[in-house]
Ligand binder design. Sequence first.
Ligand code: SF4
Length: 666
Amino acid sequence: MCALRFKVPFSYYNKQDFSAKLAEWIGQVFYDILPEHGYEIREEQIYTAFQLAEAVCKGEVHFAEAGLGTGKTFAYLLTAIAYARFKGKPALIACASTTLQEQLAGPEGDIKKLSRLLGLDVDARMAKDPRQYVCDIKVNRFQTPLSEQPDDSLTSVLHWARETERGERCEISNIPDRVWTQVAWDETMPCETCSSRGFCKLVKARKHYRSASDLIVCDHDIFFDDLWTRDERIIDGKLPLLPSYSMVIFDEGHKVLLPASLRAGRQVIKEHIDSMLHFIEQIQGARTSLISITFAMDKATSQFFEILYHTANEDKQTDRLTVPITGELLKAANTLRRALEILHFELQNEQEMHIQTLSHTRMQTYEALAEKALAALNQFCRNQGKDVIFWAGQAEQSFWVVPRDISGMLNKHLFTRELPVVFSSATLSTGKDFSYFARTLGLNKPSSSSVYSSFDFDKQVLVYLPKKPPMDNSKNWFHEALTQLVSLLQLFKGRALVLTSAPSEIQRIRTGIKKYRLPFEFLWEDSAERGYLIRRFRQKISSVLIGSEFWEGIDVPGEALSLLVIWQLPFPPREPLIEAQRHEVQQQGLDPAITVDYPEMGLRLKQGCGRLIRTRNDRGTIAIMEPVLGTPWEQAALGALPAEARVVQNLEDLTDFTSTKNGSDS
Ligand code: SF4
């Protein structure tokens, strides 16, 4: 079905210069139309909109960095809508999360708002992560009557699943992941040959977003799922996950590298293999050859995972544990690979023989699992692990393998397609230097624009860098830092967010701070669900929120967040994806600390600092508990602080900023 094609939103004739007409329209929107509706003009926003439009019309890859409060969403939406209509193909906007997709394309989102203001009928549709949809085949596997299910949450999900039309997780709140995964689509589901396809909610949702004429709003995961499988699916005669598009905008563009790597990767999950072996054991009258390979497989799996976790480096700061490559690990991986190959072959034979009695979908699911695990082991064993980055999972027993050359893949599949690609974010550079981010993507000098936040940081922010910071090489660092923290909390009467790098620091602070009997409510990251903690932090003005996961994605305008304490500078952990970057720059004769660690820390620090000032009425202080001035990373750290914010070194100089942060927003 082809959606109705709309006209470009300004008068335009074929032979006119589209880029000039687009710029004219953008000027008209920002200087005339939006102010007529009471919309405040921000020069930073207009500058970003013009730069971005020019880059898109030239078909460039563009970094659009715009600080907080500049309104970068409207800035890119104008070009996206006009360009999609000009090219006759939707523009794709890839967000970092489902929540951000909703904020953009939901019923009260920015796209609806802009459409109303401009009197445009914008056809924007959301392409959600398929894991957000229920799968009827999985639901139907629960044969037991609903009333006899052992778990209340599962019973209510099954009831809902049989009634719902859309089948989206957002329709049913408070369902734990553990239950949701039992009924939701996952990568092992055999959709291509599924007999329920005609009624399937996921398939219907896909059809719906495919026919969007202006904008498709997806997330980074789907985007890369599509990008890495697109050519293969077309060759196999299958539809790609996303339709053709005219341009791409990555919202929160600084976050693309992780999903790009993970979606290109393959994994072996021990629990999946165990469940496959258990399934085979249940097959009545299975052949001896199949049964005997399950024993070999069981042994090979246990051995492989034992060696993997025995050698993996313990690191609580990351979900991805680095694993050294050893002859023993390679040998175990090879043994497992061979066993899996035979098992895969035997499974196919068994399926043909027991075609009437075996669950067809289960069989296909396990075949898909075996293929994925095989792909991971093949990639790892080929060239002795040199072409891939690999790690052991922290949360579950799993082995991950991702291609080493993601930047090469991005170039091949995306950047050389003559397709405009925009990375939009508040944090793409340190001190307007984009080279670190560009290098991680394999880009050579993309076009860029950078504007600081439209907030008045010299009046709104004070930065406290203690004259004698607790020295990081001192045994007493923790006690000195804790004494500073207590003084700051007393001075600010709580109202603080404390950011640590290592989750283990949270427990240390909790134990250390007890004896001071401070009269504030402390909200510890590990003590409750994250959403609840943030809500409580907003409501209880004097409370103190402490965690390692609040460097981004938390929005607390008003007085409740008046003090931001950077307990530790966010240097990257020793995790495999970063280690691979360190290794690569070292090979090029560069210093990994200067080329990877400091810029990575700078970007993360910038994200953390972005939590403090959320409105023009906010005022607050950033206090850093680790040495900055006179260190090798001074430039990276100072470049990450809000531009033009005043720096003080004495506690007494903070007094002006300890009064109420904001009278109107809280
Ligand atoms: S098409 Fe896929 S998601 Fe839909 S019911 Fe079938 S297996 Fe489940």
